[in-house]
Design a protein around this ligand. Sequence first.
Ligand code: HSE
Length: 297
Amino acid sequence: NELRIFCPATIANVTCGFDVLGLCLDNVGDEMVIRKTDKGEVSITRIEGQDLPLEAEKNVAGVSAMAMLKALGSKQGFEIEIYKKIKPGSGIGSSAASAAGAVFGINKLLGEPFTAKELLPFAMEGEKLASGALHADNVAPALLGGFSLVRSYEPLDVIKLHTPGALFAAVIHPQIEVKTADARSVLKHSVPLKKAIQQWGNMGGLVSGLYTEDYELIARSLHDVIIEPLRSLLIPKFDDVKRAALEAGALGGGISGSGPSIFALCKGQANAAEVAESMAGIYADAGIDFDVHVSGI
Ligand code: HSE
């Protein structure tokens, strides 16, 4: 009647896949404890690590849980404890971890009435509360693991992609907060055809590279010519950090989700550690506080 779960951090967009591509980090994330109660409602009883709303209607975990129970017509009550390690506004899917964790845990405790993919619309309700946008590129990899592609939003069609075994991520978070809603407000609503052509060429190349485990092709494809030029202005030393990652041997990288975290994909854990150190060096030299992670996918 009680579960303790790991709720993974995720990297959305992965450069060329704005709102449609995401990946799941296997060693960075929150923990949640979920237990059945006979109170007939969802309550958030404890949040440690961050100052977030305890009212279920204002909390992404609560909103996602209630959307799921409503769809089931269930009056079962649940208590949720959230132990946050992912900082909100860091760009590695803090709200998605809580939204996905809540529906994943409750689904398990109810005997899995839904498949992981069927849980996505409920977790997306939590994302909507957090950012105002119903994007699935964090909750999909959080629930499915590895790389996920949102082929279509209407109707929702999510595909789990192949993840090459040697792929690791280095992620650095300068200690500022960028709200996803703010990072979305700087975007333009139309894209010049020339840039769209580059972006979907890279997107196809990246997906092909994942399946064929062609690390050179992955490296050639990791570019974002549409979103990064606008959002990188919100991130301290973005160009220097990205350059340091590439010089240290990263395959490529860019803004993690809506930022300010910057990620690099690397072949092998040892290289990811070197890349993380190089990126960290830029912030250390500039006197900017940061967190840094190296993770499998
Ligand atoms: N695709 C979303 C965005 C992810 O970039 O706004 C937010 O984490």
